[in-house]
Design a protein around this ligand. Structure first.
Ligand SMILES: [Zn+2]
Length: 312
């Protein structure tokens, strides 16, 4: 039988502050550029996604932006879904740069996209919540939080207010985890994206506050190379039963470990497209569970279908 795949972590459009509104435009074409994302994928995620010094970090930041402009539009995304045999992809907007409306419109043109929404923290809290409820009515299947790019920590009461809208409805909430610099030192946006907001401890506080909600620390807690063990330790220590995680930027060996540490029913296949080549992530996930077809099905598809209520 053909493999069914749901990618739980993709981005459409330009999620960065210099937003160039690219979703519905033709992809940009670039001459070859240094691309640490590509190199990491080629090397099968054998190292963390971190740069050794500022010069390397600048290269990583430039590559991330170019990948968005080249691959992050709807046309490229559709092509990727077909090329990689992905059945559905969760599309994660990040305000103030990309919105639910963009993801929703794209999902009408490309029904394989499953739109999530993003909290508009520029609104007063009650209005922000009302807007999220309206988004759910219109088709939002969950909430994406990006504490760094949104400049609102996961421990902020505004975050709690947004999270409660989804948690109370049993809907999934995924949050970026990991201490990442998205802007170069001379960027005017740098002060708007404090990387320390990606600290795993913030996510752990959020889970402790809402242990019954479906919370998904993305990238298994981060991509600096140590986070998933700490996350798993906290989950076991506190007996949290509802924490899921995604497999983005992880190789087969780590995916197997994640299934053991978090439970095979709590792991979601994910790529973080356009920052990663989806084909390689699929390959690694196939390899991870080659001798456990039931687990492969759960990770590739069933776990996501359950929390997204795709069969309802
Ligand atoms: Zn992401």
């Amino acid at each position: 039988m053909r493999r069914r795949i749901i990618d739980f972590h993709t981005h459409l459009g330009d999620i960065f502050h210099g937003n160039q509104n690219i979703t519905f435009k033709a992809p940009r074409v670039y001459p070859p550029f240094p691309d640490p994302f590509e190199a990491l994928s080629r090397d099968r995620y054998c190292r963390p996604l971190i740069a050794e010094d500022q010069a390397a970090q600048n290269v990583l930041i430039d590559a991330g932006q170019k990948r968005v402009w080249a691959l992050g539009g709807l046309a490229s995304t559709s092509q990727m879904l077909t090329g990689c045999g992905v059945d559905f992809a969760v599309s994660l907007p990040v305000l103030p740069n990309t919105s639910f409306e963009e993801a929703l419109a794209a999902s009408k043109l490309e029904p394989r996209l499953i739109p999530f929404t993003s909290a508009d923290f520029t609104l007063p809290t009650a209005q922000m919540q009302e807007k999220l409820i309206q988004d759910i009515r219109l088709g939002a299947r969950g909430l994406k939080l990006h504490p760094i790019l949104q400049n609102v920590p996961l421990t902020d009461p505004r975050t709690f207010a947004a999270v409660e809208v989804f948690g109370q409805r049993g809907m999934p909430i995924t949050a970026h985890c990991g201490i990442n610099d998205y802007y170069k030192p001379d960027s005017p946006y740098r002060h708007l994206a404090p990387k320390e907001y990606g600290e795993l401890s913030h996510m752990l506080s959020l889970i402790a506050r809402y242990p019954d909600y479906i919370l998904i620390p993305a990238h298994a807690g981060g991509d600096c190379g140590w986070e998933y063990e700490s996350l798993a330790e906290a989950i076991h220590k506190h007996g949290w039963r509802n924490v899921y995680t995604d497999t983005s930027f992880k190789n087969a060996a780590v995916m197997r470990e994640l299934a053991t540490l978090f439970g095979a029913d709590r792991l979601l296949f994910a790529s973080d497209y356009p920052f990663d080549g989806v084909a390689r992530s699929i390959e690694e996930c196939e390899k991870a569970f080659v001798d456990q077809p039931d687990v492969a099905d759960m990770v590739f598809c069933q776990n996501a279908a359950r929390i997204l209520r795709l069969d309802d």
